[in-house]
Design a protein around this ligand. Structure first.
Ligand code: HEM
Length: 222
């Protein structure tokens, strides 16, 4: 039994570290994307840099993909393990049998975010790969803004994105805060850190909602 708990804690640490890495990516991704609303030229410049810089393409992008896979696979393993040993889970991690809805449904909100990522990769990344490697079109540092705005023309995509961002917010509300708990952060800054994670979990997804809705309402007229 103690072996089970120990390995379960090791998996929680892997979840926490990979989750924190993905949160960092999300902050960076939001920072670049918000420029599509306030400074389209900057958005073009940064998107082009991210799309063609070898360090980003061949080092950071594979690390990001690995981070997503590790987080997803470990999350799934933890869920299966917790279901098998529910009393251990509640005694160890929740402190009560009445874990709040959000923490009990991390696998559900995580699965929706993963499904969103599938659509999102199809929308942007597959298009990028085709542009660069299949159609082998020349570099055009000015195309990203128009391509992004056009993606949000159909209302169905905006609705799917907004639903996903809402569930992403729920996922982060529990996950971001609990990652610090898992890492054993317990000092005079703990209260401030927890507040920061809650603000981030609400503000960043809301910001993504704003970007999607803004581009839907402000199409490019040729
Ligand atoms: C309105 C919201 C969003 C917009 C406009 C947006 C836009 C983009 C764009 C333009 C790319 C570039 C693809 C490329 O050049 O390779 C991209 C990639 C990506 N996005 Fe988003 N995104 C949004 C929200 C999100 C969210 C909420 C997540 C995570 C939950 C996410 C995860 C990713 C990932 C993992 C990539 C692949 C990065 C890579 O190419 O290495 N995005 N997104």
């Amino acid at each position: 039994m103690s072996g089970l708990i120990q390995s379960s804690i090791a998996r929680k640490v892997v979840m926490a570290l990979s989750g924190l890495f993905l949160v960092f990516f999300l902050g960076q991704h939001f920072t670049i994307n918000i420029t599509s609303v306030i400074a389209p030229d900057t958005f073009n410049t940064w998107s082009h840099f991210m799309g063609y810089n070898p360090l980003v393409q061949y080092v950071l992008q594979p690390i990001l993909i690995a981070g997503v896979i590790v987080h997803f696979v470990m999350g799934f393993v933890l869920e299966v393990q917790n279901n098998k040993a529910r009393t251990v889970k509640y005694a160890k991690f929740q402190g009560s049998a009445n874990a709040p809805w959000i923490s009990r449904n991390m696998i559900l909100t995580g699965a929706v975010v993963l499904a969103f990522l599938g659509l999102h990769m199809y929308d942007f990344w597959v298009h990028e790969m085709a542009y660069k490697y299949i159609e082998a079109k020349p570099e055009d540092p000015t195309r990203y803004y128009a391509e992004t705005v056009e993606k949000f023309a159909p209302i169905w995509r905006v609705v799917l994105y907004v639903i996903s961002f809402a569930l992403l917010s729920l996922h982060l509300l529990h996950g971001f805060a609990s990652s610090f708990q898992t890492m054993g952060v317990n000092n005079k800054y703990s209260g401030g850190i927890k507040l920061f994670t809650k603000i981030f979990a609400i503000a960043i997804p809301l910001g993504f909602v704003f970007i999607a809705v803004y581009h839907h309402l402000n199409p490019i007229t040729h």
